[in-house]
Write a protein that binds this ligand. Sequence first.
Ligand SMILES: [Zn+2]
Length: 439
Amino acid sequence: MVDADRFLLTARYVVSMDEESNVFSPGYVEIEDKKIKSAGPIDTIPEGSRVDYGNSAIIPGFINSHTHAAMTLLRGVADDLPLDDWLEGHIWPLEAKFLSPEFVLAGTRLAAAEMLKGGTTLFADMYFFEDEVAEASKETGIRVLLGEGILAFPTASAKEPDKVFDLIRSQVERYQDDELASVHIAAHSTYATSEEQLRHCAELAGEFNLPIQIHCAETEKEVKESLAKHGKSQVAYLESLGLLDARIGLVHMVWPQEQDWSLLKRDNISVISCPQSNLKLASGIPPLARYIDEGIRVSLGTDGAASNNNLDVWEEMRLAAFLAKGSSLDPAKLPARQALRMVTIDAARIWGTDEWLGSLEPGKKADLVVVDLSNPHTTPTYDIYSTLVYAACAADVRDVFVAGRRVVKEGRITTLDEESVLAEANEWSQRIALTRSNV
Ligand SMILES: [Zn+2]
């Protein structure tokens, strides 16, 4: 039935995340030609064949605004270490040895399966061999913002660092009409991307109107180094290079400097927070409550699986709400509805995709998630936002649709054979484990 061009879904709750935060209970969503044709209360449902999900909530698909998808193959390979030792002593040497198109294909398949099963329908990637990321995403049926990592030193996919810009230009052309993949600019950081490259990023973003993301102010150490090297904070440095405009999302921002706040507000800059990664690497606690108070748009990312160690947006959402409350000593900060907005419509705005993603409204792409509410931990429900943010989890995701196609059915991926994805990942892990002691 859901394979038809037009079908209707009904459930106890339809959580639209539209401007008025309409919740239809019970409600319906009408899908036609890969898009949402209408959504509303059940007594206004149009004629047509329908699937009734009963005691469930239909919500927009989550957007994971920052990850390094293929790093799922390095999940748990080096834990309990400070960021520089973790990155330079373990992750980068392993990547130097193993990174290849095949690694990225296998790792992204695993990541895409994990994300879809947890209700994520779009992820912003920053990694290498992004054509393989697009291929794995297509196989799995997930949407992706491709981000070829821009670094000042040779990488597996750009032996000459500046060749990465040719690669990005070719990808912009290749994916301009793609159903699932589009391109953005993923500059690594102010410390691992050169000044010339950062200027180039600004030009490219302007030329093609591409969104940008960059790791920024993740640790106190890198902030101090920026002050010593450039005489200014990383945010001020990016501003001096012409990179600060509404297209940019600053990833992490655990350590904003006092002078950064006016720049962030003036230029309508977005912050992409990855609280689990920040806590695990002991980088610090992002000042989420202040970002919200200052009216700065915030979205959430899982970061890569080597620093998290999963790609579960539910956990990020819940932790972000708790950190905002706990660190401000104010339980009213970052209420549940706002936390859900961060990973749906607010994230869509950060990526310039809110015209067609992020909420359940007529004309938008039919990217939606059916959440089962019939388990003990989701019973009873007084307020659907409370249940979704404070009680539900990734395992409650029952069905997932991307562009009207059912890619998860009853908790199982429909697009590829999950067992073979896991077997492929396990084969990689055996090779990596064998050499790990030598790096
Ligand atoms: Zn990252």
